[in-house]
Structures are given as C-alpha cells and as structure tokens.
Design a protein around this ligand. Sequence first.
Ligand code: PHE
Length: 365
Amino acid sequence: MLDRIGELRSEVEAAIAASQATGDLEEIRVRYLGRKAELTTILRGIADLDPAERGPVGKAGNEARGALEAQLARRREELEAGELGERLAGDRIDVTLPGSPVAPAGSLNLLMRTRREIEDVFTGLGYRVMEGPEVELDYYNFTALNHPPGHPARMAQDTFYVDPGSLAPGIEPPPGPEDVLLRTHTSPMQVRAMEAQPPPIFIVVPGRTYRSDPFDATHSPVFHQVEGLAVGEDITLADLKGTLDAFAQAIFGPERETRFRPGFFPFTEPSVEVDVSCFACGGSGRLQSGERDPLCKGAGWIEILGAGMVDPNVYGFVASHGYDPERVQGFAFGMGIERIALLKHGVPDLRKFFENDVRVLEQFR
Ligand code: PHE
C-alpha cells in the first residue's frame, strides 16, 4: 500500500510538471485527487486496514495529498501568469486612443439651451417646471383667461384653429368647431396648473406656441414661450419686480435692472411690459464711440416680456380648486425664448434658429 502511494505520487508529480495549461491541472486534480481517485479511496479505506498499517498508510497518504495539492497550486500560478501575459500581448489595444473615425459631438440648439438656462434660473428660485398641450381648447387659451368674446386674439388671422374631425380617434371633439386650436401662448397652463394643484403655486411652463404670422427675421408661426405663475396669499407686484430682477441679472448680467411700463393683458390686472437695462450700452443709449446704440435704439432699455398680477376673474374659473379670488393673489409673466436668445447672443435673424445650419449652431455650444 505504501509503495502504491509512492507510485501514485511520482505519477502525479510527473503529470503536473508536464502540464501546459491551467485546464490540464484541473483534469489532473479530478483524476488523482477527486472523489473517485485511487488515493482518495485508499485514505477512505484506512479504517478497514490492519491496525499496524493504519498509522503509516494514513500518514503517507495524507502527506502525498498535501504535497500534490501544493504542487498543483504552485503550477497553476505559473501557468496563469504565462496565460495572462500571452493574452495581454495578443490584445494590444490602447484604450486611451479616440475612436476611429472620431465621433462628432452634437450640441443643443440655442433655443433649447436658452430654455434650459431660463428653467435653471427659476428652479433655483423654487419654481417647478411643467409642460402642457400644444393643441388646446379655446376655453383654456381664451375664455378662462378672461378674453371677452370678440377679443381680436381669437380671430383666425392670429389663431390656428384645428378641425375637430382631424383629431386622433378616441379623442372626444368638443362642441363647437371653433373650440380646438393651437395655443397662441403658454398662458392656458396657468389655468390647467391651478386646476391641478391648490395654492401656493410656483411654476414655469416652457413650450411651443403658434400664431398665424409670417416667417421673417422677427416672426415665426411656431415660436417658444416660458410662462411663469406664482400664487399665494400675499404675493405682490414688488415680488414680481424682485423675481424679474433676479431673472434679468442671471440671464443678462449682474449689472442689469428692470423697469415696468403700463401694459394690457386681459388676464392680468394691473399689467406691465417689462424692460431690461441695455447690456450693450449699459443703459445710457450711447456706445463708447458716442454713437447711438443700435441694440436698444438709443433708449437704454430693451423690452423682454409681459407680466402682471393675475386678474381675480381668472381665479373665478378655478375657485372650486382652492383659488378664492378674495383670498389668493399673485403674478404671472410670459416671455418669448427666441427673443431672449436673439438679444443675448446678438443673432440678427430669428430664422437662423430653425434652419439648422450647422455653421450657425456650432457657434453656440
Ligand atoms: N401670454 C402673453 C403673451 O403671449 C404674455 C403674458 C403672460 C402676459 C403672463 C402677462 C402674464 O403675450
């Protein structure tokens, strides 16, 4: 029995020495040290041996087993190191090189970038960003915004109306043919947002808007606005001023001021047109050369948006949603994203935003 153990040991040592790959070692392990291997069987049968044989056989068997396991482990390390070296040599890829061909990096259209900048300013002030439908009901676009019947903005030369028969199947067309339209401003979301959430409410609503306008340097039948709405119990015109100052400074520079001029919108009372002090001439209306500043046309101020205190009549349409006209008050504002982007970046023609000429877009990364 001892001789047999010695034989097995030499046999396995030879096999380990001859092995060329880690896979060979696994085969050797199973064959000579596995559950059904001869050495394992010998060790398991020790109890059946003559008592005099048990000690020496057990000792020799266990020693052989331990020695062989150690040799297997050592040889495995050697082979693994060699195999890794071979793989690395065969896989010579420099992962730090750029792909081939170099992938062109895209960039956002200046309109989208401007929209996001505006959103960032207002989310920083605690506002939430909401979106709403572009195909809108007359009720939200006009009626609930206190546009009296016969208001000129309702007329077809300003508003695109939608043929209810063209609506997707499953969408219930409302009663009158004049009732579905492409929203002419983002203001309908004032009403939808108040229906969806009780006061206090602080939201901005960016999105596409439509008017039956020509497509020229300063007009487009599709354009973009950002609406703002802040309603609570004690929000005043002074809060509107402070908010718009913060906005103008974030977008046009820390030196900017705003001024209010009287304006009119059916859904705000009082209404204001808001100007920002000109960032080209610093508000003086004159360039350093003494020439009249062409950007503000010498006025020192540039109109950027419309705003006002929400008209109590508008709350009347959402009174059942917690907006008691006797209790709540607040402000709304609306700005054109094209206008902000044109002014800020000196783009001479609004059509540049929509043509997607890469040479133009690349300038605004
Ligand atoms: N909706 C108005 C427009 O498109 C802008 C506006 C919004 C004015 C909110 C006052 C308050 O001209």
